[in-house]
Write a protein that binds this ligand. Structure first.
Ligand code: SAH
Ligand code: SF4
Ligand code: F3S
Length: 440
């Protein structure tokens, strides 16, 4: 392989969760600072960063096919960097199987990209999947211009070890970023044009102020309170939460902080206590429902969202039906649902009673029908309401705009507005995944 020259242009492709999207933006800022420019639309980049996700099956295979597709007609390739969770989990394997990959960088060390690119420019193949104690955030450049809805990673990693999940292995142990750093970054995002900030973490509600003594460590609601004091930040959200970390303080924040939007993504995964136990979720259906009751008591209009896995090893028909019943009972505004995917190295992958692909397909279809029906009911109940919408982008049709309601529904409407405006609309009609609205 010939040594690729120092890249002048780059493209970052992020897959997976919003935290990967955030990381992708930070890597782009880092490359900008190095004097490497984003490649124009439709143009080949000198450097391509594949920011990968490992959560479900064939993620690694997808990375290999993406790498293959980067080969140009003349047989050359751009400099290829594999980042993200597949890099962490399968870095050596990628290096071994894909000679066109120049460097591999894990999610905790992407601030070292510039050195790795230098090494690759000299013809070395560089791999760095360290999980160092010092945080990458301190080494990253300042935030640049952002859209009206921005992400801010406040917490990373997971100590929960659900038996199906790779995240504790790819992202490492739970760490919280310091309070003052986060307030500073939020202020800079607002200065750069953000009107809404979504606080991110694999277990965002496990965030604790790391500076303070154990006894008075502040929880996520204290961070939200501080962000609510930033002038020009009318909307705050957070995701993803774990049911066991939903403290009374955080629940009360949904009553007390007007900027905190009435939306809660709280994955439960299954409606059967036996399955939850086998998943090592450490909560029951009843304790999950008790959290929902508490939050509905302080914020009756809260929109709820969840994640579900069908076909976990050993899941019986009757146990699956309990999941469907739970969906019908809760009345979610939206949900994500997945077929169980055995992940290498996780305990569930070695469990007896793996469910057939055909049965998983059938269960997923049935569950998704229940979820869609619930979503339509939720959206139909909003019809006639007046609310604010944050204008995020142009719609499909001329003069049409798209934005989000406080309940995270997509609303579209026409009128004389600009991206980043918060406008009042009346919700007129529920259409599957979105609502037709009109300016008032
Ligand atoms: N930390 C969050 C989300 C982690 S990943 C939480 O605990 O809720 C996002 C979702 O992917 C999970 O909620 C789960 O529904 C799904 N997921 C994770 N591992 C999976 C696997 N092996 N197979 C199928 N779905 C999986
Ligand atoms: Fe994965 Fe469970 Fe941690 Fe969520 S709580 S990231 S599902 S191990
Ligand atoms: Fe995927 Fe890693 Fe996020 S596995 S879901 S990119 S934490």
């Amino acid at each position: 392989m010939t040594a690729p020259a120092s890249p002048r242009t780059y493209r970052v492709k992020s897959f997976g969760c919003q935290m990967n999207v955030y990381d992708g933006e930070r890597m782009a800022e880092l490359l900008d600072r190095q004097g490497i420019a984003p490649a124009a639309d439709g143009e080949d980049a000198d450097l391509v960063v594949l920011n990968t996700c490992h959560i479900r099956e064939r993620a690694t295979e997808k990375v290999f096919s993406d790498i293959g597709r980067l080969k140009r007609a003349d047989g050359t390739s751009p400099m290829i960097a594999v980042a993200g969770c597949v890099a962490q989990a399968e870095g050596q394997e990628i290096m071994r199987r894909a000679p066109s990959v120049n460097l591999v960088v894990g999610p905790q060390v992407y601030h070292r990209l510039p050195e790795l690119i230098d090494a690759a420019s000299k013809g070395e193949r560089a791999i760095d999947t360290d999980m160092p104690a010092e945080t990458k955030f301190a080494a990253l450049p300042a935030r640049r211009k952002v859209g009206p809805a921005a992400f801010l990673t406040v917490q990373e990693g997971c100590d929960k070890f659900c038996t199906y999940c790779v995240v504790p292995y790819t992202r490492g142990a739970e760490i919280s970023r310091p309070f003052a750093d986060l307030v500073g970054e939020a202020q800079r995002l607002v200065d750069a044009g953000a009107k809404e900030i979504t606080l991110l973490g694999q277990n965002v509600n496990a965030w604790r102020d790391s500076g303070a003594r154990d006894a008075d460590r502040r929880g996520l609601e204290k961070l939200i309170e501080a962000l609510a004091l930033i002038p020009g930040l009318p909307r705050i959200r957070y995701t993803t939460s774990h049911p066991n970390d939903m403290t009374d303080g955080l629940i009360a924040a949904h009553r007390d902080i007007p900027q905190l939007m009435p939306f809660l993504h709280l994955p439960v995964q299954a409606g059967s206590d036996r399955v939850l136990k086998a998943m090592n979720r450490s909560h029951s259906v009843a304790s999950y429902l008790a959290v929902l009751d508490k939050i509905r008591a302080v914020r009756p209009d809260i929109a709820l969202s969840g994640d579900f896995i069908v076909g976990f090893p050993g899941e019986s028909d009757a146990e699956f039906e309990e999941t469907v019943r739970l969906v019908e009972q809760v009345g979610y505004a939206q949900c994500f649902s997945f077929k169980y995917s055995p992940r290498p190295g996780t305990p569930a992958a070695a469990m007896d009673g793996q469910v057939s692909a055909a049965l998983m397909d059938e269960r997923l279809q049935r569950l998704q029908a229940a979820i869609s029906a619930g979503q339509l009911v939720f959206n139909e109940r909003s019809v006639g309401r007046t609310c604010t919408v944050l204008v995020e982008r142009k719609g499909k049709y001329p003069g049409q705009w798209l934005g989000k309601t406080p309940w995270l529904q997509s609303a579209h409407f026409t009128g004389d507005v600009r991206i980043g405006d918060l406008v009042e609309v009346r919700l007129n009609e529920a259409l599957g995944n979105s609502l037709a609205a009109q300016l008032v």
